[in-house]
Design a binder for this molecule. Structure first.
Ligand code: DGY
Length: 418
């Protein structure tokens, strides 16, 4: 394990650009939102100050309306598509125009709780509190205009689970006419069989072009988008972050900010129950265009254990994970292996991802499901021993897939070993 730890540090350091870290060289040469927040947890173990900087750099690029973009294009690179000119968001430092799972509130609470220099950590946390609070407010204003208590994603890239089976049906409603000609770059860095299809990519770009034509005005995007999905995993991350931000704000003497975030989290936690499926024994996505639950048992519906869901739900989810685990070699597949649409190597349609394992085991542990949490950690470390620090893994064989020498995978390994 000492060797694995050393290797993980090496991966983090080689992807470190000074004030932010790239997910991996080549495939992802900029700063990604949730990658950075989770990466900070690993960085903390060798450089506490550097960990705070990672998140501060991201928030320095927050939009005036409160959104925190999913990519910050700090330094130009033509190795990635769609680059800043396609997004055309006209920010001082170019950014994308959509967001990503809001894991920052959770991350800074964890950094603060573990800090050795509490005064310094308090100073840095205090500066981030109002920014993260503004991002949370943005979500409820812009992505829950009907006050359902749950926020929608408007692009699969926002979920972080780009080509999940969850989006297939809703994506059929997204047209592709008028998509400008483009050349993909991802398939030059990674095996095309591990990546989204061309049909999906065309739709990713249709949405980008549509939002760009609306001037990235978030007050207009929600209603205009043909794709609006309520993802239980995404909402669970928001709920957990709001809860954690509230607890931290209380500790730092910001009771109003704390109360606001606690109210948001409690309201959303209650609304999350409308996504529970007895049939699948997990949560499901809801298509906000049709109002229907989406019959797709993905890891997005397992992730709510990361928020404080009722104990009976956490127990049921632990059993669902067990059922999935019995069908594969490594945990946790990102989709139910019994689903005929399960594709073991294709990105978010089955592969195991260490960040998901990390959040799921953390939630299971809080819910008292320690045995299953431990099993996930053991399986994660076995994957690394067999296959190194890949972007993700075929859960049926452990084969490394996607990009190599991957930052957040390394960060999660450091967390598992600490
Ligand atoms: C990509 O380009 O594959 C990313 O996942 C989008 O953020």
């Amino acid at each position: 394990t000492e060797k694995i730890y050393e290797h993980a540090l090496e991966v983090l350091k080689e992807n470190d650009q000074g004030s932010y870290t790239v997910p991996t060289k080549g495939l992802y040469p900029f700063q990604w939102n949730w990658d950075s927040c989770l990466t900070a947890l690993g960085q903390f173990h060798y450089d506490e100050a550097r960990a705070w900087t990672e998140i501060e750099t991201l928030f320095a690029n927050q939009w005036p309306d409160g959104m925190v973009p999913h990519i910050v294009f700090h330094v130009y690179s033509d190795g990635y598509f769609p680059g800043p000119n396609v997004w055309d968001t006209r920010r001082p430092t170019p950014t994308s125009g959509i967001t990503q799972p809001p894991v920052a509130g959770f991350a800074i609470k964890r950094l603060y709780d573990r800090a050795t220099d509490k005064a310094e950590a308090a100073r840095r946390a205090r500066a981030l509190l109002p920014r993260i609070d503004a991002w949370h407010r943005w979500f409820y204003e812009m992505r829950d205009p009907g006050h359902e208590g749950l926020v929608a994603i408007l692009h699969p890239w926002e979920s972080g689970r780009d080509n999940s089976i969850d989006w297939d049906e809703a994506f059929e409603r997204v047209p592709t006419d008028g998509v400008e000609p483009y050349v993909r770059r991802d398939t030059q860095h990674a095996d095309p069989a591990h990546r989204p299809t061309k049909a999906q990519y065309d739709r990713y770009l249709y949405l980008v072009q549509l939002f760009r034509s609306l001037g990235w005005d978030n007050a207009r995007l929600h209603d205009a988008s043909p794709f609006k999905v309520v993802d239980p995993g995404f909402n669970a991350i928001l709920i957990r972050s709001a809860m954690d931000l509230a607890a931290l704000a209380d500790e730092l003497g910001e009771p109003e900010l704390a109360a606001r975030n606690r109210a948001r989290a409690e309201n959303s936690l209650a609304a999350l129950e409308t996504l529970w499926s007895d049939k699948h024994q997990q949560y499901l996505c809801r298509d906000r265009v049709t109002g229907q639950l989406i019959d797709s048992a993905s890891i997005g519906g397992i992730l709510p254990v990361f928020a404080a869901v009722p104990k009976a739900r956490a127990e049921a989810i632990a059993r669902t994970i067990e059922r999935w685990a019995n069908e594969v070699k490594y945990m946790v597949p990102s989709h139910d292996p019994a689903d005929p649409r399960f594709e073991p190597k294709r990105y978010w349609r089955a592969p195991a991802w260490l960040v998901m394992n990390y959040m799921i085991q953390d939630g299971l542990r809080s819910a008292g499901e320690t045995a299953m949490a431990d099993r996930i950690v053991t399986s994660s470390l076995e994957l690394i021993t067999q296959s190194g620090f890949a972007e993700y893994y075929d859960p049926t064989t452990g084969e490394p897939c996607g990009g190599g020498r991957f930052t957040w995978t390394a960060a999660m390994v450091i967390e598992f070993l600490e």
